[in-house]
Structures are given as structure tokens and as C-alpha cells.
Design a binder for this molecule. Structure first.
Ligand code: CUA
Length: 402
């Protein structure tokens, strides 16, 4: 008796926990859910999921219900005789082969239709974006506008966008949960995926991910998608097509180095998009001299005469022509660094330049800070390393590239 009431208490406690967790889950926004699609592509996948869930539930309830009914109805009773034994029944065999085949029809027909519809060529007039996967960042090219950027894309609402996917190294996979996906980015092969962000969408930002394991920093291969109104897109394009503006002379790096998050300015600075702000903790032990102010002009000089230009291109800086790393034109207007790993603030950027390989395992970007330990080369950076003042200057320069 006591055991029974304890069991009941335990059961009710368990129910409370489940209920609390469910409610807590409902409280939060679900920025990476696939259940609230914002494109026709997302909706067609969502429809398939709903159909499968519905049919699966019906089958489950009928089969399990029938099973439980038969277990109870025909359970062995006192004095029962051994029932007649049969082996094989052609009619029943045919029936229970036909029923699943019939159910499968309701799943297969819409599935195959969706596959063909979404694999067809995108409609004429679609905005083409070339997506090139790199270990571990995303290169985005808008051939129509001559724009090359990295880790952030802007899409006009209501216009079909056709992503043309390839990879520079290993297989990656492109996924924007709320808009659609996923599709692999493969070397020597071009894959396509197209979708139309709903024209009713208010300006918003979406998280994008690499969903194919691609090495040490696979989890830090993210991107941001900004869906904006067509006129906002037009002004973004106009800005991106011009070489980076270079006005600000000095950026106070130290002010931001206290770790104050207030420095993080989101392109669409709204609390609703808090989920798009990276929260990767800075690795322990990373330090930067306080009280430094970077000088953008000095930074430009250091940048242009150091290894930086071998990997990064900046339109408007004739020395910066590298194409191994992300194109940094308009870098100052991006919201994250390290492919969505950290907020793009002077503080994080300074640490990134100082020792990117500590912040993102095995990243190609070498450790640049003087006396810093490079975990890939397994030695300290001696001669040629940058001191904190030089890094602060580069930060000021990159931040001036709005
Ligand atoms: Cu790229 Cu995982």
C-alpha cells in the first residue's frame, strides 16, 4: 500500500517535470526550428512531415490498439483448450500486404512530386548566389552584382533565390532551418537549392549551419541570413558594390576590451534577434593590453605589408588580393567573425587576430600575436609577430571598412 502511494507521488512528480519542461520549451523562441517555415520550399517539406506524422500516428494507434485489444480479449483463461493451430492464410497475407502498399501510396506520391518540384531548375529571374564551402567558413558570391562576401547573406523577400553550391575542400552541407535545406556542397560537383523567402516577412535574421561533419571546427562553420525588403536589399547591394568606405580614423579598441557586450551592434539591432548573436566563450587565458587605441591608417599599412594580404582580399586595397581566406571588403558591417563564432566587436576581433587558432581549432588563419603559442605549429610566434598595438591598429582598419 505504501509502495503504491509512493509510486503515485513519483508519477505525479514526473508529470509535473514533463509539463514544466514542455512549458519552458514553449516560452522560448525557436530560432532554429523547421516547423515554422518562411518559404515555399520549407512549407513543402513541412507538409510532407505533417503527412507522415499523421499517417504514422493513425497506423500506430490502429496497430497498437488492435494488439492490446486482442491480447486482453483472447488471453488465456482458466480451462481454455489449446486453440486450433493454423499456418498461413492467403487472404490475410494479401490484405496485410495491400494495406501498407496503399498507405505508402499516400506517402510516396507527394514525396516524389516534392522531390521533382524542388529539384527542377529555378524560375527565370531568380537571384543566383554561389555558395562555396571552405574549412570552415562560407564564401558567398552574387554574380549578378559582382559582390563577393563571406558568412553573411542578404536576401530580398519575395524573390526566388537559387543557391549554387560547391566546395573548396571536403563535403559541407548548407542549411537554413527556417527557410529550407539541407543540401550538400561537394567538390567538383554543383548542387542547387532554391527557395523564396515569403514576401510578407518582416526584416529578420536567420541562423545557417554546416550540417555535414567537415573537420575540427565543423561546429563553428555557421552563417547568417538577412531577409530584407527589396528596397533595403537594393541599398545593401549598392553599398556592397562600392569599395569599402574608409572614414573612421581611430577606433578605441581598449574600450571594448573590458568584455562589454554593449559594443555589439547588430545590423538589425533588435532584441528579437538575440539568437543570432554568438555566445561562444573566449578561451581561457587569452589576454589583450588594455588602454590601446587603434589607428586605422596605421592599421591599413600594417595589414597591407604583412601576411594578411596573402589570404584576404579587400576591394579598394590594391595590396589585398588573397583568395584563401574570406573577402574582407565591408568587414566592419558584418555581425560576426570566425564564421558565426564570435560577435564582431573590436575586442573579439583583436583576440582573433592575435590567436585565431586558440579561438577556433585548426583554423587556417595563423597565430599572429607576438609570443603567442600556435597550437597547430606547436611553437611560439617570435620574430614577425604582431604586438598588441599593431593588432589594435589592424582592428581599427578592419572596423573602418563599413
Ligand atoms: Cu562544413 Cu561541416
Amino acid at each position: 500500500m505504501r509502495g503504491n502511494s509512493r509510486l503515485r507521488r513519483l508519477a505525479s512528480f514526473g508529470m509535473m517535470v514533463v509539463l514544466a519542461l514542455t512549458l519552458a520549451a514553449c516560452e522560448q523562441a525557436h530560432p532554429n526550428t523547421t516547423f515554422t517555415p518562411h518559404s515555399e520550399y520549407g512549407r513543402s517539406i513541412d507538409f510532407l512531415w505533417d503527412r507522415l506524422l499523421l499517417l504514422g500516428t493513425i497506423v500506430f494507434v490502429l496497430v497498437e490498439g488492435g494488439l492490446i485489444y486482442i491480447i486482453f480479449r483472447y488471453r488465456k483463461r482458466e480451462g481454455d483448450e489449446r486453440p486450433p493451430q493454423t499456418h498461413g492464410n492467403v487472404v490475410i497475407e494479401i490484405i496485410w500486404t495491400l494495406i501498407p502498399a496503399f498507405i505508402l501510396l499516400f506517402i510516396a506520391v507527394p514525396t516524389v512530386r516534392t522531390v521533382f518540384r524542388t529539384q527542377a531548375k529555378a524560375a527565370a529571374g531568380a537571384l543566383e548566389i554561389e555558395v562555396i564551402g571552405h574549412q570552415w567558413w562560407w564564401e558567398f558570391r552574387y554574380p549578378e552584382y559582382g559582390i563577393i562576401t563571406a558568412n553573411e547573406i542578404y536576401l530580398p523577400t519575395g524573390r526566388t533565390v537559387s543557391f549554387k553550391l560547391t566546395s573548396n575542400d571536403v563535403i559541407h552541407s548548407f542549411w537554413i532551418p527556417q527557410l529550407g535545406g539541407k543540401r550538400d556542397a561537394v567538390t567538383n560537383r554543383t548542387n542547387y537549392i532554391w527557395l523564396t523567402p515569403d514576401s510578407t516577412l518582416q526584416p529578420a535574421v536567420w541562423n545557417g549551419f554546416c550540417t555535414e561533419y567537415c573537420g575540427a571546427s565543423h561546429a563553428k562553420m555557421r552563417f547568417r541570413v538577412f531577409t530584407v525588403k527589396p528596397d533595403q536589399f537594393a541599398s545593401w547591394v549598392a553599398k556592397e558594390r562600392k569599395p569599402a568606405a574608409f572614414g573612421t580614423a581611430a577606433t578605441n579598441v581598449s574600450a571594448a576590451l573590458g568584455g562589454s557586450e554593449a559594443d555589439y551592434t547588430f545590423p538589425l539591432n533588435q532584441p528579437a534577434f538575440e539568437y543570432a548573436k554568438p555566445h561562444t566563450p573566449v578561451p581561457r587565458g587569452m589576454t589583450f593590453t588594455r588602454g590601446l587605441t587603434g589607428n586605422a591608417h596605421r592599421g591599413q599599412q600594417i595589414f597591407s605589408t604583412s601576411a594578411c594580404v596573402g589570404c584576404h582580399a579587400i576591394v579598394g586595397n590594391p595590396a589585398a588580393l588573397g583568395n584563401i581566406g574570406p573577402n574582407l571588403t565591408h568587414f566592419g558591417s558584418r555581425s560576426t567573425i570566425g564564421a558565426g563564432s564570435y560577435p564582431n566587436t573590436p575586442a573579439y576581433l583583436a583576440l582573433w587576430i592575435k590567436n585565431a587558432r586558440v579561438m577556433k581549432p585548426e583554423v587556417l588563419m595563423p597565430t599572429l600575436g607576438k609570443n603567442e603559442y600556435d597550437p597547430v605549429v606547436k611553437s611560439r610566434v617570435a620574430t614577425g609577430g604582431l604586438d598588441d598595438q599593431q593588432i589594435a591598429d589592424i582592428v581599427a582598419y578592419l572596423w573602418a571598412l563599413k
